[in-house]
Design a protein around this ligand. Structure first.
Ligand code: PLP
Length: 234
């Protein structure tokens, strides 16, 4: 029989606990973000009732429909997909976190458009760690200035970095690219007198269904997991 969402979720939670413990970390240093793109609202509700409270969505229209359908559940919503300028207002109004900010123009709009009655929007800057021409994300060269500028925006709360490295089959190589991301965050923080004192800039959003163990070994604080929870996407 196919495992149900509650069983899959439990397996992922166990994997997180084992990976954390193997590297001397506590499981509650690692937040599980359930990536629910293409999944119907009913499956999110199923995961929610099995204890999952944070969900990540890639497409605004699809996300808004699910938010409407699930508005009675206290879900923490994360936006993790590509962001066009004309979508920033709705994202600023309806999400708690955004992981996919890679340029200042988008960050400025999110800050301007974040409603005043809501807490500042939590932001991770996406880094294109392998310099892949087709992939989103700031370059290593752009990142120091981008972090500094985004931290200064009033309605945003800069929290750290997000990355989607190119696929590596070998566990050692997976760990090594995730360590590079962690070192990048630490290095930029230490080199900037304003950023270095900001304890809340400590988020490493990295690791998905296939490489979450390596990401946790390298210091991930949020893993973004889709298919391991919901099964293969259609
Ligand atoms: C789809 C997606 C994930 C989850 O991928 P799985 O392999 O299904 O775990 C994580 N992060 C981002 C940005 C995604 O688009």
């Amino acid at each position: 029989m196919m495992p149900n969402i509650a069983q899959r979720l439990l397996n992922v939670q166990k994997k997180i606990a084992v990976s954390a413990s193997n590297s001397g970390r506590s499981a509650d240093e690692v937040q599980l973000l359930a990536v629910s793109k293409t999944q119907p609202a009913s499956k999110l509700a199923e995961a929610f009732h099995a204890g999952q409270t944070a969900f990540g969505e890639n497409y605004l229209q699809e996300a808004r429909e699910k938010q409407e359908a699930l508005k009675d559940l206290p879900i923490q919503w994360h936006f993790i997909g590509p962001i066009q300028s004309n979508k920033t207002r709705e994202i600023a109004e309806h999400f708690d976190w955004v992981h996919s900010v890679d340029r200042l123009k988008i960050a400025s709009r999110l800050s301007q458009q974040r409603p005043a009655h809501l807490p500042p929007l939590n932001i991770c800057l996406q880094i294109n760690i392998d310099n892949e021409p087709t992939k989103a994300g700031a370059t290593l060269e752009e990142l120091p200035h981008l972090m500094d500028a985004v931290h200064a925006l009033p309605q945003l709360n800069l929290r750290g970095l997000m990355a989607i490295p190119a696929k590596r089959d070998n566990f050692r190589e997976q760990i090594s690219v995730f360590e590079e991301i962690r070192n990048t965050l630490n290095r930029i923080k230490l080199s900037n007198p304003t950023l270095r004192t900001q304890a809340q800039i400590n988020t490493l959003s990295m690791g998905m269904s296939d490489d979450m163990e390596a990401a946790i070994a390298a210091g991930a604080t949020i893993v973004r997991v889709g298919s391991a929870i919901f099964g293969p996407r259609q």
